[in-house]
Design a protein around this ligand. Structure first.
Ligand SMILES: [Zn+2]
Length: 381
């Protein structure tokens, strides 16, 4: 008999050997099932489903844990004797055999099949099929945006209502509750602050760890929010202070220590390719520039200048991830998401600081800079 969920969970936390083999835990967040004595860190209670046998957990679509090897547990009656018929029955179910025809295929009466399933799996053939379908549904619910009605159909249910009932019966919550809960778990709570820079007021977005997630100019607020929405499907944005370590780095940078931004922790969403481009940008030293083609070649894709240019333009973390240091092959500044005047200002600032080391910028006011105020022009390559 399967102990109740609270007892099972307590037995897991205690790794109580007296319960070994009496139930198995299917972890919905990982798709793995375990013995209660598993040495791995116990999963959260809300992610646990409990099964009377290893075979029942496996039939529900969970894979055996490689650490506690529930599929090879000693003392479990599951894999001995007439379990062979049950295993064969499960294989037939997997292959699409209707459950009411199992007896014929196994050379057993229908009642005997039900009794064997009940004894070895603690469940009926119909329930085993249902558990398997519902485990497949979990992946669709968590992975994608497929509407619930389609998931219900794909999982073999004729109506959303029946799907909801069956799902809640096994998982303890409705499919839509699960989807909302999972979405809530990946919610990004972001903090928006402002920094008055000589080149214009900056919007600084950080996460709860103080990692920089976005940096843009105040007149590009809308673009910044659009990029955030693309990278973080669900996020909140509330006003707050710029973390001290980022203030110090920005102060240092604008005061002429142009390498100061190198240590600012950053993180972004985006594709693997975009991330590789943005990581490469941070390797271009302040005071120098690189062409799109050279950056593409550095990334191992000499023909990829255009793709690099597009990724460069989608960089959500201006200045700190220095997309302004990338210029055209012919030495022109090409474009800049924050406006050409600012690109020119930043490059001149970095090169001025590199050559003189004493350029002061603290008295600059916000707004568009004109090039005649700069002593040093960008050195273009
Ligand atoms: Zn385990």
């Amino acid at each position: 008999m399967l102990p109740d969920a609270a007892t099972c969970y307590a037995a897991m936390l205690a790794r109580d050997p007296a319960f070994d083999g009496r139930f198995f835990t299917g972890v919905t967040s990982t798709g793995i099932y375990c013995r209660n004595v598993c040495p791995a860190r116990p999963p959260l209670a809300k992610n646990c489903t409990f099964w009377p046998s290893a075979a029942a957990a496996a039939a529900a679509g969970f894979r055996a844990c490689k650490r506690c090897r529930p599929d090879a547990a000693h003392g479990s009656p599951t894999w001995s004797g007439s379990a062979a018929s049950v295993r064969r029955g499960l294989t037939l179910i997997d292959a699409g055999q209707p459950t009411d025809a199992l007896g014929d295929r196994l050379g057993l009466g229908a009642r005997q099949v039900r009794r064997l399933f009940a004894r070895h799996l603690g469940t009926s053939p119909v329930a085993a099929v249902q558990a398997k379908r519902l485990a497949a549904a979990v992946r669709l619910i968590d992975d994608g945006t497929m509407p619930m009605a389609e998931i219900a159909l794909a999982s073999g249910y004729g109506s959303v209502r029946r799907f909801n009932e069956a799902f809640a019966g096994i998982h303890g919550e409705s499919p839509s509750t699960r989807r909302r809960r999972r979405a809530g778990e990946t919610m990004m709570h972001l903090r928006l602050s402002r920094y008055a820079a000589p080149v214009g007021e900056l919007l600084v977005v950080t996460d709860p760890d103080g990692t920089l997630r976005a940096l843009d100019f105040i007149d590009y607020d809308e673009r910044m929010r659009r990029l955030l929405a693309r990278h973080y499907p669900v996020f909140t944005l509330h006003d707050g202070a710029v973390p001290a370590v980022i203030v110090a780095a920005l102060d240092g940078y604008f005061a002429g220590d142009v390498g100061a931004l190198g240590q600012v922790p950053v993180a972004t969403g985006g594709s693997v390719f975009q991330k590789s481009v943005w990581a490469a940008l941070r390797t271009i030293p302040a005071g120098s520039t690189m062409s799109y083609g050279a950056l593409a070649a550095q990334l191992g894709n000499p023909g990829g200048a255009r793709a690099v240019g597009i990724a460069n333009g989608a960089n959500p973390i201006g200045i700190v991830v220095p997309c302004h240091r990338v210029i055209g092959a012919n030495g022109t500044l090409t474009g800049y998401a924050g406006g050409m005047a600012r690109k020119q200002w930043l490059l001149a600032h970095e090169q001025g600081a590199q050559t003189t080391g004493t350029q002061t910028t603290g008295t600059q006011t916000t707004g568009t800079q004109t090039t005649e105020t700069r002593a040093a022009q960008p050195r273009l390559i």
